[in-house]
Ligand binder design. Structure first.
Ligand code: FMN
Length: 457
């Protein structure tokens, strides 16, 4: 081949590639515009109707899911709706709204979800005139906590103090209680004037088959931690690192149906949903309802009902940003999903895992995976603390304290901080250690910017 011919060939290939790229970009932009237009149509106000502002504060995504369902129910009834996260809510928006629906979850010990922290600090410290505003409130919580629905009530109390009028009595939801959610739907019907019951059936479960179960910590002084893998039977849904699976438990005689949520430790490309689940035991030695069933009773090859739901608050940061992953125990599940997601990118901003468990010998959960991540560079750095092995750094929060300078350096370089694991045993201590490492104000700014994310239980 002469130099001229090969140059022509290369030019032709380059042009073809370029045209392909342009075509793909145009297709993507059009698809995105189509999706936005569809969503816009679904939520567009009917002529003469005021748009209802739906402000949601959600830590693990349930409240956000209800906000979108609420918007759709209003849209279907001909009333325009605008869902807005508390992280994007401000007083100007409230002053410009006439009708407001608040969906507010409570987390921590009666705390606001992280995304609402800025609004609490800034807007809810002031008393403004909101007498033009009518509002309805859906407060999500769990009666097993002392401060039941306290953040929802704090928002309601503040709106009352600002002179806002109530559209109806506050609706409290205890642990996803279907009756209370139906009551909320009934209130939405009052707004739309619809007489038919809204088609708001609880989200359908799919059937999944247990294909693998493996004890991860044989010989541990702590409770058994199991790796479980489920394959879809009906269809394979899509999900992202950080998402949560809700497992429907088999109905037992006379007991209401129950479900449990677990952080997903795998990605759709694995073809299966994987969990790391601790077998809980009561003081009398009886196994926990859900963990006992999943780790002992359900046989490999057996089926369960399950759905994966979005937990947007714990979705991945841009891959080019560095990430600090902090967790303990079965919290490794949510962090493992993020490592797997990073492994799918050629170039990432580096990942540092700080992890705490009981013993190096028995509780180095997913050690082989982590070593592989170190070898490929997906994980830049790994620090672990083992509380029962003695030594100074007994808990993961002590690791954060010991490496405070490096944590601050990573944050200076734009790192995101993701924390997954127990609320009591870990996340409060980690929070205090981060505050000491970065300063209170800096950690607050990090939270407001969505660079400090927590999935704790
Ligand atoms: C770590 C944690 C702490 C919680 N603390 C409280 C609480 O103090 N008071 C309460 O009523 N509910 C509490 N809950 C229950 C949640 O409010 C409830 O599960 C809610 O449905 C979660 O909604 P979300 O997914 O929108 O965040 C807590 C849940 C978790 C996981």
């Amino acid at each position: 081949m002469t130099a001229d011919v090969s140059r022509w060939l290369w030019t032709a290939v380059t042009v073809a590639l370029w045209l392909g790229l342009v075509g793909l970009t145009v297709w993507r932009v059009r698809a995105a515009a189509r999706r936005a237009a569809e969503q816009g149509r679904a939520l567009a106000p009917a002529a003469g109707e005021d748009t209802v502002l739906i402000a949601f504060a959600s830590q693990t995504g349930f409240g956000e899911e209800l906000a979108w369902m609420t918007a759709r129910a209003l849209g279907d009834g001909g009333v325009g709706a605008r869902p807005l996260s508390f992280s994007d809510l401000n007083l100007e928006t409230l002053k410009g709204a006439r009708r407001l629906l608040v969906i507010a979850s409570t987390t921590g010990e009666g705390d606001a979800p992280d995304g609402a922290a800025r609004f609490v600090r800034q807007a809810m410290k002031t008393e403004v005139d909101l007498s033009h505003l009518s509002y309805g409130l859906l407060a999500l919580g769990d009666r097993s906590y002392d401060a039941f629905c306290s953040f929802g009530h704090a928002v309601g109390d503040w709106l009352d103090a600002c002179g806002a009028q109530t559209l109806f009595d506050r609706v409290e939801v205890d642990d996803g209680d279907a009756g209370a959610i139906r009551h909320w739907q009934h209130q939405l019907n009052q707004i739309t004037g619809s007489t038919t019951a809204p088609d708001w059936t609880p989200p359908a479960y799919d059937r999944w088959r247990l294909v693998e179960r493996r004890l991860l910590n044989a010989g541990s002084p702590g409770g058994e931690a199991w790796h479980l893998a489920f394959e879809p039977i009906d269809h394979a849904p899509d999900w992202a690192a950080g998402d949560i699976a809700e497992v429907g438990l088999p109905v037992r005689d006379g007991e209401p149906s129950a479900s449990r949520e677990y952080s997903v430790a795998s990605l759709p490309s694995d073809g299966r949903v994987e969990f790391c689940i601790r077998l809980m035991t009561y003081p009398d030695g009886k196994p926990g309802l859900a963990s006992g069933w999943l780790t002992q009773d359900l046989e490999v090859g057996g089926e369960t009902a399950m759905r994966v739901r979005a937990n947007r608050g714990f979705h991945a940061p841009p891959p080019e940003a560095p990430i600090i992953l902090i967790g303990n125990g079965t919290g490794i599940a949510g962090l493992r999903g993020h490592l797997k997601a990073r492994a799918q990118h050629d170039k990432t901003g580096g990942a540092w895992l700080l992890f705490g468990e009981r013993t190096q010998a028995h509780d180095a959960l997913y050690d082989a995976d982590l070593q592989a991540c170190l070898a490929t560079g997906v994980l830049t750095r790994l620090d672990r603390s083992f509380s029962r092995d003695g030594g100074e750094n007994r808990y993961v929060q002590s690791l954060v304290a010991e490496h405070a300078r490096t944590v601050a350096d990573w944050v200076d370089r734009g790192a995101y901080v993701y924390v997954c694991g127990s609320l009591e045993g870990m996340s409060k201590g980690v929070h205090a250690a981060l505050e000491a490492a970065l300063g209170e104000e800096r950690l607050t700014r990090l939270t407001d910017a969505g660079r400090y994310r927590r999935d704790v239980y």
